[in-house]
Ligand binder design. Structure first.
Ligand code: 13P
Ligand code: SF4
Length: 303
């Protein structure tokens, strides 16, 4: 406990010395969320990355998030404390494979979920997050949309648009393994609870949910909703939900809702990151310039 306190103090000291800001995704470990200057969903953190005065952004999340921060704030040093923290879904589409697919649908706009590499963003017309995917798609003039890489989010968007959505075959392993049987069991155990699901979940899980939100959407919704919630997304969000609403009850939809990649960073790796200024995330300028256009087009839409 004493060691933990020392680590926290040293992180805070170094943060001042380096003129750094710590951003953490809502799925990060509780202690990382607690020490961060800002927590949020992918969209909120992308916006934060553009608004910081600091010289250094320490991104507690996964690789694609740090890459987006580097693309949006090329003048800043962006650190990812754990170099192997990646997103399996982002690895399910490559720029090369996307180029091949684009040739098959020359009239389609390419929308890429931010859970993708900078190379893939550079091949896309516009990015989206789970918070704004429907608005992004409906803002386009094209009637066909090639949507990469999340097939579940693509399917969710298709419910709210007249456009033809051509999905990629990617998915988030953490959300995709949430099954209807998990939801039914959780509802049976907590009959009064509202079910909140993330749009990375399968269609049949979404059909059983009361509401569908990005992680920050859940945080906002819960403030003015009931007292009990079944949470169908990565369990890290429950730390924030419980902290903001100590009197309310939150239940994980199943015991398997863990993204190991989002748990890779701990206080020790965060401290090392600030001590050694590691791991610096950079994106080659030619890729960065194109990816920036796709990200900025999205940010122009906001939530
Ligand atoms: P949001 O926090 O934007 O809803 O993203 C979910 C996610 O899976 C990030 O990796
Ligand atoms: Fe990727 Fe899913 Fe983990 Fe998010 S929760 S980083 S989408 S694997």
């Amino acid at each position: 406990m004493q060691d933990t306190q020392k680590t926290i103090e040293r992180i805070l000291e170094l943060k001042e010395e380096r003129n750094a800001v710590i951003l953490a995704h809502n799925y990060e470990r509780g202690e990382i969320q607690d020490i961060a200057d800002f927590t949020g969903d992918s969209l909120g953190l992308s916006i934060q990355a553009t608004e910081q005065e600091a010289d250094v952004i320490v991104f507690c999340g996964v690789n694609f998030m740090a890459e987006s921060a580097a693309v949006l704030s090329p003048e800043k040093t962006v650190l990812l404390p754990e170099i192997h923290a990646g997103c399996p879904m982002a690895s399910m589409v490559t720029a090369e494979a996307l180029r091949v697919e684009k040739k098959k649908y020359p009239d389609a706009a390419v929308v890429c979920y931010v859970n993708s590499t900078a190379d893939v963003k550079a091949e896309s017309d516009i990015c989206c997050t789970s918070a704004n995917a429907v608005e992004v798609v409906n803002s386009l003039k094209e009637e066909e949309v090639l949507f990469v890489p999340d097939k579940n989010l693509a399917d969710y968007v298709s419910r709210f648009t007249s456009k033809k959505i051509i999905p990629w075959n990617g998915y988030c392993p953490t959300h995709n393994q949430i099954l209807t049987t998990d939801v039914i069991k959780a509802k049976h155990e907590h009959p009064g609870a509202e079910v909140l699901a993330h749009p990375e979940c399968r269609r049949e899980v979404i059909d059983l949910a009361d509401k569908v939100f990005s992680t920050t959407g859940m945080v906002e919704h819960v403030k003015n909703a009931g007292d009990e919630f079944i949470i169908a997304t990565e369990r890290g969000i429950i730390h924030k939900l419980q902290k903001d609403n100590p009197e309310k009850k939150f239940y994980n939809v199943s015991e398997f809702t863990v993204c190991p990649e989002m748990k890779a960073i701990d206080l020790d790796s965060l401290l090392l990151s600030l001590e050694k200024m590691q791991y610096v995330i950079t994106v080659p300028e030619d890729i960065s310039a194109k990816a920036r256009i796709a990200l900025e087009r999205m940010l122009d839409i906001k939530r």
